[in-house]
Design a protein around this ligand. Structure first.
Ligand code: PHE
Length: 362
């Protein structure tokens, strides 16, 4: 038979056991030893079966008191562990209110974007509109319509990224230059002004309307399989196209010289048109510039390809090459940005290093 002081000892043992539990799981294990199905308190209850009714009354009451004391100890310990956990979390996530705040400095445009804005503004002032086109192109717009049929050696000048979609005969690709925009834009323009063009073509006697000139630039991303300090697999180009009834190389020289002098903010700059080859222009020229003063003085720097638009290309625009003539050029805004700011590695533009980019914020 258990004496009352044995119940006190049991309560004390439970309290000690709970105090040793350092985690909620430990505590639940400890609880099971006292209050569980085969725990010590439950055993005591079972032990009462043989007692008389009177004894059961007093013994039962005593055991119940002990049980309540153990439950109270359990709850105290549960609360203590929960408080400790909360305390630990608060410490771990402590806010140091004395730390300086994180600043958000104002963002700014990427140096190449600054260049594209300048290009658009300068050509805009000369009456050029701005056209945008897709970076995933078809073989037709990127090559064939530009007088570059399959098996033409000029196709190997480009290391082309081919992409899914399209057919084997007409594959899709990432445009290797912005020249497909010559065709895309001209075709739209011609569609819009078809009636005027037809009227103009009827000639004598009839109403001779004439098509407004095509004067457009098309800046954007271009892609080639190429990567070093001066080549990136993704780079920018800006196409220029001017087509009318009386547009000549002289106009190209004027427009491009004016552009370069305005872009670089100096008249101390000369241009050289160096004979070259492109399938879509004839004759063709590379445009080199030379600064007369400053750190780059005296060096010829290539900035664009250009030429008189080839009659086959004019035809693919939906125009009669006997009547319509003009020029096109394709320049590299990345290169222009490097020259303007004295940047010597193209890859800096695409690394996303904030220390580099911040230098262009005004
Ligand atoms: N598309 C040519 C290139 O990427 C540049 C160019 C454009 C040349 C227009 C002539 C006329 O090299």
């Amino acid at each position: 038979m258990n004496a009352p002081d044995t119940l006190d000892e049991l309560v004390a043992a439970a309290q000690a056991s709970f105090a040793q539990a350092l985690t909620p799981a430990d505590l639940e294990n400890a609880k099971a030893q006292f209050l569980g199905k085969s725990g010590k308190v439950t055993e005591l209850m079972k032990g009462m079966a043989a007692l008389s009714v009177e004894e059961k009354k007093s013994r039962g009451a005593a055991i119940n008191l002990a049980k309540q004391a153990i439950e109270a100890a359990l709850n105290d310990r549960r609360q203590a562990l929960a408080n400790a956990e909360l305390e630990r979390q608060l410490k771990a996530e402590a806010l140091d209110v004395s730390l300086p705040g994180r600043q958000r400095t104002p963002g700014g445009l990427h140096p190449v974007s600054l260049t594209l804005e300048r290009i658009e503004a300068i050509f805009g002032s000369m009456g050029f509109e701005v056209a945008q086109g897709p970076e995933i192109e078809t073989d037709w717009f990127n090559f064939t319509a530009l007088n570059t049929p399959e098996d033409h050696p000029a196709r190997s000048m480009h290391d082309t990224f081919y992409v899914e979609g399209g057919t084997e005969a007409a594959p899709n690709l990432l445009r290797t230059h912005t020249s497909p925009m010559q065709i895309r834009h001209a075709v739209q323009h011609v569609k819009k002004h078809r009636a005027l063009i037809d009227a103009g073509d009827k000639g004598e006697g009839a109403f001779t309307g004439s098509m407004p000139e095509i004067r457009v630039i098309a800046p954007g991303r271009t892609y080639r399989v190429d990567s070093d300090a001066t080549h990136s697999p993704m780079f920018h180009q800006c196409e220029g196209l001017w087509i009318g009834e009386n547009v000549s190389f002289k106009d190209l020289k004027f427009v491009f010289t004016n552009f370069c002098r305005t872009f670089f903010e100096t008249d101390d700059l000369v241009l050289r048109f160096r004979p070259s080859f492109f399938p879509f222009t004839e004759p063709s020229a590379e445009i080199d510039i030379q600064f007369q003063t400053g750190p780059l003085a005296g060096r010829w720097l290539e900035v664009a390809g250009s030429g008189q638009v080839h009659p086959n290309v004019v035809r693919n625009m939906g125009l009669n090459p006997e009547k319509y003539i003009g020029f096109a050029f394709g320049m590299g805004p990345d290169r222009l940005t490097m020259l303007r700011y004295g940047v010597n590695d193209l890859r800096l533009f695409f690394d996303g290093d904030i220390r580099f980019l911040q230098q262009f914020q005004s």
